[in-house]
Design a protein around this ligand. Structure first.
Ligand code: ZN
Length: 316
């Protein structure tokens, strides 16, 4: 079997392979170092070819709605984030997340439109949002309602280790979320406990999907958007998509790479959004490579769920 450089880059586009343990917990597999070097070399080559051939410029100039997914930006990476935003501002209009969803639903995709979302609700996202504000941009923070305001080290540590596979990291508080909304940003649901939804039964699904919306709305007002944990299509099932739509969300965001080039001709009850994950620690040409590649390769049906996740006309 042969593997093209583009396939290699696709395989290397996630920071680390993830596999699931019991009860929706994750385990990350390694080694990082050899993989990191190979990834860097392949992506640098592809980004160079893309730039030389004019595909970078053409991709970034394509009219579309592009959702970017971030976690948060480490203090040491803040200036790199500013550099990325400076570069993107040359060719894109930054819009609020709900405005971007409206464009996918109703149209008006006549220029490159970009919006930002930050998953998991780490408190470090506050600094990232302030940098977005410097560029007149807004973000949507997807939080797990069960850990908003959690201050107990043991609980934070266990959640970070078992659910997110990261070292202990402080989460946003309810006061933080209130301030985020007052600053013009948005808040969405990322479930209650960052569970692997594909592994859950109906009662647990309702608890994670409807329960998180109820908890967030009780403190913050209307919650319109959802992003499911881990973000790939194999992390949801048809019953999960049903539960998302039943809970009343307008959109549900994946981390399947891609963007939206035309409005949804027959919008499903709940829009399926593609997002490009960007780690600001990556070299700038690598970040731009992924965005331009998605812009060039995305298809008109990017807002539709895969056929096995929604009812089909031929279904009984
Ligand atoms: Zn997450």
């Amino acid at each position: 079997m042969t593997t093209s450089p583009d396939d290699m880059a696709k395989a290397l586009s996630d920071p680390a392979p993830i596999r699931f343990g019991g009860a929706g917990m994750i385990e990350r597999t390694r080694p990082w170092r050899a993989r990191g070097v190979a990834r860097h070399v392949v992506l640098s080559s592809l980004a160079g070819l893309q730039r030389l051939g004019g595909a970078l410029e053409r991709g970034l100039a394509r009219p579309r709605v592009h959702f970017i997914s971030l976690h948060s930006v480490a203090p040491a990476e803040e200036n790199k984030f500013r550099l990325l935003l400076t570069q993107l501002a040359l060719t894109h209009r930054f819009v609020r997340y709900s405005e971007a969803v409206e464009h996918v639903r109703r149209g008006g995709i006549d220029r490159p439109l970009l919006t930002f979302s930050l998953d998991d609700g780490f408190r470090t996202c506050l600094a990232s949002l302030r940098i977005l504000e410097e560029f007149g941009a807004c973000g949507c923070v997807f939080v797990c309602s069960a850990v908003v305001g959690e201050k107990r080290f043991g609980q934070v540590s266990a959640f970070c280790r078992d659910r997110l596979g990261v070292p202990p990291t402080q989460f946003v508080s309810w006061d933080d979320l209130g301030a985020i909304l007052r600053a013009g940003h948005e808040v969405g649901s990322h479930t209650r406990t960052h569970a692997n939804l594909a592994a859950l039964g109906p009662v647990e699904l309702a608890n994670e999907i409807e329960g998180s919306r109820a908890e967030l709305e009780a403190r913050l007002g209307p919650i319109r958007h959802f992003a499911w944990p881990f973000g790939r299509f194999f992390h949801v099932r048809r019953q999960v998509v049903d539960a998302m739509a039943h809970a009343g969300y307008e959109s549900s965001a994946s981390t399947e790479r891609g963007c939206h080039v035309v409005p949804a001709s027959r919008p499903p009850t709940i829009l399926c959004l593609r997002r490009d994950y960007i780690d600001v620690a990556w070299p700038l040409p690598h970040c731009l490579y992924f965005l331009a590649r998605s812009a060039a390769q995305t298809s008109a049906d990017a807002h539709l769920w895969p056929a096995d996740l929604v009812p089909q006309p031929s279904d009984p």
